[in-house]
Write a new protein. Sequence first.
Length: 291
Amino acid sequence: MDIKAIGIVGAGQMGNGIAHVMALAGYDILLNDISQDALDAAMALMTKNMERQVSRGKITGEDQAQALARIKTTQTLTELGQTDLIIEAATEREAVKQAIFEDLVPHLQPHTILTSNTSSISITRLASRTDRPEKFMGFHFMNPVPVMQLVELIRGIATDEPTFTACKEVVDRLGKTAASAEDFPAFIVNRILMPMINEAVYTLYEGVGSVQSIDSSMKLGANHPMGPLELADFIGLDTCLAIMNVLHDGLADTKYRPCPLLTKYVEAGWLGRKTQRGFYDYRGETPTPTR
């Protein structure tokens, strides 16, 4: 099918990043969020990020103007029903995602494809709550979306070939690379990445090393661009914990048990960069380890 209009649910860091790259690729975007403040902040951030791309010669000023003109916002979820493809990018909580899809279903066109940007939750289970499991799949972008080249495409048990092909064509048009993943907890990237982050938190919890020594060791000893605790703060500790819980529950293996220290930070509301405190404190001029 010819996808022209794309609806995006959620204007947070993932939703606005997806809107950014989709608009630059020529798609008409309808960005939804329950908060007008979140929509305004998303538009401001996209403008700022595109200006940075212009200054670096990656896009032209005309590209920016045309892309921003393609993005419309709405607080009314049902307005997305007239789009050809919907990407849900709400918080990583299954009940929230299910409620969104249930609200959307009565308003969709027959051909509309439903997708989720979930980083861990069962695509088959989410699809089963809709009227079109064959037109439902996982569409998992990496953060930050304008920079990262990979998109995981995850088929549910009922996803048909035309749906997969249509989503793959969108990824190709974005100039990104698609990786096809099976519908198992956390898929490919987070199945590997999150246990590493969780083990780094255990290393801190057990006193093997400090925040700074753990991150420095992995950057200098394994050539990682960011240390695992720094990366956890960037992702969001609540998201890391949610994915570890999905792995632990879905695979029933104690090696995926979330570290108690990760749980404690989330309970404290220290979620990383988005709350200004996590394994680092970001409220000063430079990030300072909190432990």
